[in-house]
Design a protein around this ligand. Structure first.
Ligand code: SF4
Length: 472
């Protein structure tokens, strides 16, 4: 889930000589990224500037990730670096909410010099700490906020795609995961706010909206699917209504809507027809983690009783274009060779288009650590490699079927107006986690490519996880 994306905020517009400067580092998953965007928007609205370097800043904010041990290490290292180079550091994010075995805050234990520490989604607390340590400019230029995204605020992603967070927290208690203990139970954002933000993003030029949460299918469960209002009309706080309305809002802009972190509940059956009719992309990111019912039970996975193979087959029958991405864990405590073989068969039979796999790694505080049958690390790693070999074979085979087809591609990079080609993605590729479409020089000399615009491209080959195509 966490791809440890490190981003340095772009400088804000219209600098003044006196405006205080804040350095910002955002680590972690897309959910952390949206927290960063909220803080940066608020800073900008109050007249703070951002600094590209630690030395050039009056204070540094580090938004941390605490999901896996590597991410914890990276976050602690970044805090140490910011302290060494700047000395005035505020820490926020998932790691900020973590305590060690004695109940001491982990960040404060390691770095007692930090000015303040907050958990995730704590924009106000972070702003309070900023005000305390770096007072607001006296005469803020309120128009410093780039208005191109309106109520959606400042984005850290490239201008043409954006993450839309629909809820915080999670009601599940998967045994390998500590996110609920860091982020709490599910809290759905009001549907009117979510839809307003989506419209503002499209108005600001976003061509691809990526819907994220910890559990997208559970949207609205916490508010009992309350009816909200948007554009003067009642809309239920429910996944189907959200997705259908997002599809309607996106249509006039010719933009894509992509769904992440969807669990295979029966309710997803209703979303598939929206994909078949082109309202939203026929792409589902479903973190299945395993296929064997006993392993899923030990993991306490949501929807573990569902018949995933049959369900995916039915979705594909209703929407043949459907692309399924998923993540899995190999070598979970107690996993037998037979259970692992079940997983390999599943990936082959379900024809998972894009699969990622982690070798099980114990996360501090996760209940799975107490399960019997912990496997040796080498065996977990070996199973991960075996899994990836099978998954890549399936994926490559599914990619090859696209050769000869013409697809719509969203251009992510096009140096020199794309005269020598560029990089893009089709509906089958989510940014940062899937493959790309390598664009060759266009067929017609007069054709140019522009970042953030769509082009049609004829697929002429495959290269690992990527497609190779000629813009037409
Ligand atoms: S569904 Fe499971 S893995 Fe995902 S956030 Fe909730 S508890 Fe963690």
């Amino acid at each position: 889930m966490n791809d440890a994306t490190a981003l340095q905020a772009a400088p804000l517009t219209a600098p003044t000589n006196t405006a205080p400067k804040v350095g910002f580092v955002s680590l972690g998953c897309p959910k952390a990224l949206t927290d960063s965007e909220l803080i940066l928007t608020q800073l900008s609205a109050e007249g703070y500037q951002t600094s590209k370097t630690f030395q050039g800043a009056d204070l540094v904010i580090v938004n941390t990730c605490g999901f896996i041990d590597d991410a914890v290490r990276e976050s602690l290292d970044t805090i140490g670096e910011a302290l060494a180079e700047n000395g005035r550091v505020i820490v926020t994010g998932c790691l900020g909410a973590k305590s060690d075995a004695q109940g001491n805050n982990m960040v404060r234990q390691m770095h007692p010099r930090v000015l303040a520490v907050t958990g995730p989604h704590a924009t106000q607390e972070v702003m309070d700490a900023v005000h305390l340590n770096l007072p607001k400019p006296h005469d803020p230029f309120l128009d410093l906020v780039p208005h191109s995204f309106g109520v959606a605020g400042l984005k850290l992603t490239p201008r043409h795609y954006a993450y839309l967070k629909i809820s915080e927290g999670c009601n599940h208690r998967c045994t390998f995961c500590i996110i609920p203990s860091m982020r709490g139970d599910l809290v759905s954002r009001p549907i009117g706010d979510v839809l307003n933000e989506a419209r503002a993003l499209f108005e600001g030029g976003v061509k691809e909206l990526l819907v994220i949460s910890q559990d997208t299918s559970a949207y609205g469960v916490d508010v009992k699917y309350r009816t909200g209002f948007w554009d003067g009309k009642p809309v239920k706080t429910r996944m189907f209504d959200l997705v259908a309305t997002l599809g309607e809002i996106a249509a006039p802009y010719g933009a894509w809507v992509r769904l992440h972190y969807v669990y295979p509940y029966p309710s997803v059956d209703d979303i598939v027809p929206l994909m078949a009719t082109g309202k939203v992309l026929p792409y589902l990111d479903i973190p299945l983690q395993h296929s064997h019912p006993d392993v899923l039970k030990r993991m306490k996975r949501p929807a573990s009783g569902e018949k995933n193979l049959e369900r995916i087959a039915a979705w594909r029958a209703a929407c043949p274009e459907l692309v399924v991405r998923s993540t899995f864990i190999a070598g979970f405590p107690g996993e037998t060779e037979e259970e692992f073989a079940h997983l390999l068969d599943f990936v082959r039979e379900a024809q998972i288009d894009r699969a990622g796999c982690f070798a099980y790694s114990a996360v501090d505080g996760a209940t799975a650590n107490a399960l019997p049958g912990m496997l040796p690390p080498e065996l977990r790693e070996e199973r991960r490699s075996r899994f990836m070999a099978v998954a890549e074979e399936v994926s490559a085979q599914r990619l090859r079927r696209r050769v000869g087809a013409t697809m719509q591609v969203l251009v992510d990079a096009a140096p020199g107006m794309g005269k020598k080609g560029g990089i893009g993605r089709s509906y089958a590729d989510a940014p940062e986690i899937d493959g790309v479409v390598r664009l060759l020089p266009p067929e017609k000399i007069s054709k140019t490519l522009k970042v953030g615009e769509f082009t049609r491209a004829r697929i002429v080959g495959t290269e690992g996880h990527d497609l190779v195509a000629v813009p037409v």
